[in-house]
Design a protein around this ligand. Structure first.
Ligand code: PGA
Length: 255
């Protein structure tokens, strides 16, 4: 039996126009609102205000990033307080696309997590290895080093505020996805790390999502794995029917 409520998050990345956002998110909401899973839609910052009216039931708003300082002279920055004011509940931190595109990102992740936690927001923390590291047999070692750096110094891990997303970089937007067994193996590894570092409670109650080319076809098998508590979905989240099929796969696995 599942002890963690599944969470299916849509990461729209830098897609969709502000004027199209409400219609797309409303469509997703209408197809998923009766499912027994949590739904998070994370559009670009510019779209958030349009989606605020949808907040409620199993639908929450997410943001794709946040500034690491709570306020001040940071041209172009968007703060946790601004996001909270717009009804945002979840913030994606540490996505591999940001880690790759912005040199300072890795060093800021811990600060970003702290700023979110202190504001009472929830974090979807992303980790995952490159293909090169997987082929060298270093996937587990690398993910462990990310976890140690970014989460390891916390005094405790509150599973109500932290969701972990395992996203192997080689599977993101490539159509290649980790096999359900490969993903479940890494999720179990992350759970064991949580137990050793924090507590059995943290290990058992923290939701660990899989991300990387999740689609309506592979969702069934991923949802069948006991350690995979949902998905962080990029490409397929732009198609409400496909996204709803993915959410349904986890809904049907709740016993
Ligand atoms: P994808 O993206 O589903 O398009 O592979 C997932 C993600 O980057 O979160």
């Amino acid at each position: 039996m599942r002890i963690r409520k599944p969470l299916i998050a849509a990461n729209w990345k830098m897609n969709v126009l502000p004027s199209e956002a409400f219609h797309l998110a409303d469509h997703i909401n209408s197809l998923t609102k009766d499912l027994n899973v949590d739904i998070v839609v994370a559009p670009p910052f510019t779209h958030l205000a349009f989606l605020k009216p949808l907040y409620g039931g199993n639908f929450s708003l997410g943001a794709q990033d946040v500034h690491s300082s709570p306020m001040g002279a940071h041209t172009g920055g968007v703060s946790v307080a601004m996001l909270k004011d717009l009804g945002v509940e979840y913030i994606i931190v540490g996505h591999s696309e940001r880690r790759a595109e912005y040199e300072s990102e890795n060093a800021l992740i811990r600060k970003k997590i702290d700023v979110c936690i202190n504001a009472g927001l929830k974090v979807v923390y992303c980790c995952g290895e490159s293909m090169e590291l997987r082929e060298l047999g270093k996937a587990f070692e690398f993910v462990q080093s990310q976890l140690e750096n970014d989460l390891g110094k916390m005094e405790e891990l509150n599973s109500l505020q932290i969701v972990i997303a395992y996203e192997p970089i080689w599977a993101i937007g490539t159509g290649l996805n980790a096999s359900p067994q490969q993903a479940d193996e890494m999720h179990l590894f992350i759970r064991q790390w949580l137990r050793d570092k924090f507590s059995l409670k943290a290990a058992e109650s923290t939701r660990i999502l899989y991300g990387g080319s999740v689609n309506a076809t592979n969702a069934q098998e991923l949802a069948a794995q006991i350690n995979i508590d949902g998905a962080l979905v990029g490409g397929a989240s732009l198609k409400p029917d496909l996204f709803a099929e993915i959410a349904k796969a986890w809904h049907l696995k709740i016993v």
